[in-house]
Every structure is written in C-alpha cells, then in structure tokens.
Ligand binder design. Structure first.
Ligand code: NAI
Ligand code: AKG
Length: 526
C-alpha cells in the first residue's frame, strides 16, 4: 500500500479520502531535518502553507510521486526541482477563493472602522468613542491589483457596496474587466487614484516589492493597502515608515515576507494597521474544499490516473481531460512504437494531429507522445511532468502539425521519428469504443491493435516470405497471436506486423534479416 505524509493540519475529510488507497501518517510538527529524514518512505506529501518543500526534501523523497498543496499558492514548494524529478505538484485553485476574498473585505472594513483596536480597548474596560471615527467605503475607489479568481470576487462584492473600481492586470481582457465593473488602468494610475488598494497576485520576480517607497510616494495620503495575497509583494520596512510618517492612511496585512511574523516594525504600529496570521483561507468551508480537492488528486495519481490541477503539467479542465484520456493513451503507445523503430538516439519527432484531433488542445498529446518515446530508455523515470524537459535535454526536435482535412478516422495521430535506425512513422486511431488501432507503419496501411510484443519487417511482397517467417518463429518456439501485411502495390514493398505472445529470443533477428526478400526487421515491446 502506498504511504502518504500529511505534514500540515488538513481537514479530516481529506485524510478519509487518502485512507481509501494509502496508509496516511499525519505529522504536523516536523522540523526541516526531520522531514528530510522521513520523506524517503513516502509516495505522496500533502501540505498547506506551513511546510517548506525544498530541493533537499525533493531530492530525499526518492519514492515521491506527488506533492499536494491544499490551497492556491505553491511558493512553498520548489516546483522546478519537483519537475526535474518527475514529481507532480497539484493545488486547489478554487477551493479557498471565497474565503480569501471575504477575508480581504473583512480586512478592508476593519481597517476603515478601526474595529480591532476598538475591540481590544473595550476588552480592557475602556469606552473610547472619539478615537475611532473611520471612513465609509461607499463611493470610494478600490484599486484591484490582479483580477483573477479572488480579485474578481472582491471586485464583485465591493461594487455591490457602492465602490468605484479600477484594476491592473496585464493578463486580463478589457471585456472581462468591464464585465466586473472595473476600468483597466496602468499601475501608476491605480496607485495615484485609489483610496483602497488590494493585492491579488502571485509573488513572482516581477511582483516582489511591488509596493515600495517609490510606489507609496505616488499614493494619496488617505490610501489604505490590503494584502491577502503573498508576503514579499510589499516592502514591509517601507510601508511601516510610510504609516509612521502619515504618508498613507493604513494597511491590512494577512501575509508576510517571513512567516510566522517575528520581530517587525509592523507590530509596533497602532490603529492604522491590522495584522492577521495568514488567515485568508481559514474557514471551515475552504478547508473542506481544499482538502477534498487535493486529497482526491493524490488518490487519483496513486491509482495511476491523471491529476486535474497539476501546476507542472498542462492544466486541463476535468471534462477536457476526460475526453482526451484515450488520445493520451494512443499518443503514448505510438510514441513507444516509433521510438523503438527509429532506434535509441532520437533526433526529431514529428507529431501530426489529424481529423478531429487537429482541433484539440495538443500540448498534453505531445507530452504523452514524448513520454512514450522516452520510456524504453528512461522507464518509470519519465512521466507527464518531466517528459518535455527530458526530450529537450536530449536535443530531440519536436515539430507539431495539424490537418483537420484528413478524415480516414474521426481523429488520428501520425508520429514520425528520426533516430539511429533511420526515419520511421506510425499512425494510430481510436475505434468507437476507444480501442487503439495501428493504421499505418511507414505509411503502409495496416489495421492491428497494439500488443505487448510485436515484430515488424520491411520486405518485398513475394510468395513464400510470410511462411518462412512463420516457420522461423515456430523453430524458436515463438507463438504468433496475429499477423498482417500492409502493401501499397502488389509485389512492391510491404510491411509485416506480427503480434507475438513472448519476447523474441536472442539471435532470431539476425536469422529473420537473412530471409530472402526481408529488407529490415524490428522488435517493439509495449
Ligand atoms: N491569504 C491567503 O490565505 C490566501 C492567499 N492566496 C493568494 O492570493 C493570490 C491570488 O490568488 P487567485 O486569485 O486564486 O489567483 P489567480 O491566478 O486566479 O489570479 C491571479 C491574477 O494575478 C494576475 N497577475 C499575475 N502577475 C501579475 C502582475 N505582475 N501584475 C498584475 N497582475 C498579475 C494574473 O493575471 C491573475 O489574473 C495568490 O498569490 C494566492 O497565493 C490565495 C488563497 C488564500
Ligand atoms: O493553507 C493556507 O491556510 C494558506 C492558503 C494560501 O495562502 C493559498 O492558498 O495560497
């Protein structure tokens, strides 16, 4: 039974799902060193934001197949290191959207009305009404930086509260922004015009310290900033100084450049700052959502199924993935075949998507073909995560073509590879019940299902040759399951495809190649 380590607190519902297929160990107090020590025994790791999955942890995790982040941000996982090792990293892109958006709105209102300070003072027995005259958000301008899932929900609710909306997001269309009631503007315009600025972007090299002394200098003195996205997007020293000097009116921060927040100039400030310890996703509803979402993906991957929200393999909607699954299997099978026909060192792979397949999302199909191509050499070390990197590192040139007009089957895939044994091609399609058929070898038409062990010959179409190969296999005690010949013209060149029940014994290939009329012969193991 596979083993899953859960190293941050997650909802029990997630543990229950994982327990269907794995032994689950919950160890939420591991030090960095302890994690490195225990990780080799686990097939999967499930975390929230507390665990740092460094390159060292990934290197030590020699059995790891999947890392599941019960939340959105995967900045606590060294994703490139995981990708290099072929480990899938999954998250829950939507499970905590509402929780984070509502926390943002709560922070904005708390900050505007000084609720945390007033509450604390009253609990100390002080009835102070004059220190806490706040501001209304109604009719004020909210600048949303990052109009993705959380930013969009914040914008929708803020609009209902009567706020005017500006947004900055270079990857969002004007139509989408307008649909949400936002005017898309440049960042500087947003900084100069907004009364409230809320951040909903990932932390990347471009967004690190986006709010700094320079950007703060552009803001209005009554500006209030809310960050429920990621620590490090705001320069904490700069914002503490700006608040102290009254350059802006307030800040509400849920996330920090280093967590837990230790000694910081932020904690010394008064009612102009509201701080929460990374609580954006901390609702019962969100924790159930993310636990189910990520535990299901870990379960599926441990059962050999694809994950629906992997961050290091092409993201596909579950319905699209479901529809593509048989084609991924087809691409992998053809990749395996053509790789073995073309020989070990492959220079190039041409992938032709034909018929209906030409209108499909091709990236997963290309990856599946590469996985198949490389699997004879790399075995289980190659998977959907690292197939592209492995191909690139081997200098394999990948060319993709599409032709929707070829309608011999509803959709077919044509792979052609150039390698040490020359250039070879295989075409395949799916029958109505998603059964794979090989429909051509080196452009000779055939119609055979793939088989674990196969023998291909290129030969001259002439009497006696099929019988001779049959008897030769018989002499070596190899049982033939099926045999088919594909030719373009009578007595011209042809291919023979034999499905056999056992691996071919050594030496037989030399004898096959010496049969009169045989030009070449190849074995394939699928
Ligand atoms: N405080 C908490 O507990 C939580 C924090 N988060 C964080 O909130 C952030 C947003 O999450 P979602 O809305 O789910 O992500 P999302 O991916 O739906 O949206 C992010 C948006 O940022 C935009 N963006 C990327 N780079 C940008 C840039 N340089 N300038 C402006 N816009 C840029 C993207 O186009 C996208 O529209 C993430 O950092 C996530 O980790 C998410 C959940 C809970
Ligand atoms: O797991 C958590 O509580 C943090 C959530 C978060 O920051 C995220 O999903 O990006």
């Amino acid at each position: 039974m596979p083993k899953v380590l859960v190293s941050d607190p997650i909802d029990q519902v997630g543990i229950d799902i994982l327990s269907q297929v794995a032994q689950v160990d919950v160890k939420t107090d591991l030090s960095k060193e302890q994690l490195v020590e225990v990780i080799p025994e686990y097939d999967a790791l499930m975390i929230r934001s507390g665990t740092r999955v460094t390159a060292e942890v990934i290197e030590a995790g020699r059995n790891l197949k999947i890392i599941g982040r019960a939340g959105v941000g995967v900045d606590n996982v060294d994703v490139p290191a995981a990708t290099r090792k072929g480990i899938i990293v999954v998250n829950s892109p939507e499970g905590n959207t509402i929780a984070a958006a509502e926390h943002t709105l709560a922070m904005m209102l708390s900050l505007s009305r000084y609720i945390p300070e007033a509450n604390a003072k009253l609990k100390q027995g002080k009835w102070d009404r004059k220190s806490y005259t706040g501001n209304e958000v109604y009719n004020k301008t909210l600048g949303v930086v990052g109009l993705g899932k959380i930013g969009a929900h914040v914008a929708t609710v803020a609009r209902a509260m009567g706020m005017k909306l500006l947004a900055y997001d270079p990857f969002i269309s004007v139509e989408r922004a307008e649909q949400l009631g936002c005017s898309l503007v440049e960042l500087d315009v947003l900084f100069q015009s907004a009364d409230y600025i809320t951040l909903h972007i990932p932390k990347t090299p471009e967004t690190a310290n986006l709010i700094n002394a320079d950007s703060i200098a552009k803001m209005k003195p009554n500006a209030r900033i809310i960050n429920c996205a990621r620590g490090g997007i705001i320069d904490e020293t700069a914002i503490a100084e700006a608040l102290k000097a009254g350059k802006i009116a307030g800040a509400a921060l849920d996330v920090f450049s280093s967590e837990p927040l230790g000694e910081s100039p932020l904690t010394a400030l008064g009612k102009e700052i509201v701080l929460t310890p990374h609580l954006g996703a901390s609702t019962e509803e969100a924790q159930v959502n993310v636990a189910i979402d990520v535990a299901e993906q870990i379960r599926d991957v441990l059962l050999g199924e694809p994950a629906r929200s992997a961050v290091n393999i092409p993201g596909l909607r579950p319905d699209v993935l479901e529809q593509l699954k048989p084609y991924l299997q087809l691409a992998e099978t053809l990749g395996k075949m053509v790789g073995q026909l073309a020989g070990g060192r492959i220079e190039s792979l041409n992938i032709g998507l034909r018929g209906d397949l030409a209108t499909n999302q091709s990236q997963p199909i290309v990856i599946a073909a590469l996985k198949g191509l490389l699997s004879p050499a790399l075995q289980e070390r190659v998977n959907y995560v690292n197939a592209s990197i492995e191909a690139k590192e081997r200098g394999i040139r990948v060319v993709e073509t599409r032709d929707a007009s070829i309608k011999d089957y509803a959709g077919s895939l044509h792979l052609s590879a150039k390698g040490t044994l020359g250039e070879h091609s295989v075409t395949g399609a799916l029958l109505g019940d998603d059964e794979i058929r090989i429909t051509s070898i080196n452009d000779f038409p055939v119609n055979v299902p793939p088989n674990r062990y196969m023998l291909f010959t290129l030969h001259r179409d002439m009497p006696g040759i099929i019988g001779r190969i049959g008897s030769l296999l018989g002499e070596f005690n190899v049982n033939i399951a099926s045999m088919q010949v594909g030719r373009k013209i009578v007595r011209g060149d042809a291919v023979m495809v034999l499905s056999i029940d056992d691996p071919l014994p050594e030496n037989i290939m030399n004898e096959i190649k010496q049969v009169a009329g045989i030009r070449d012969a190849y074995t394939v193991t699928l």
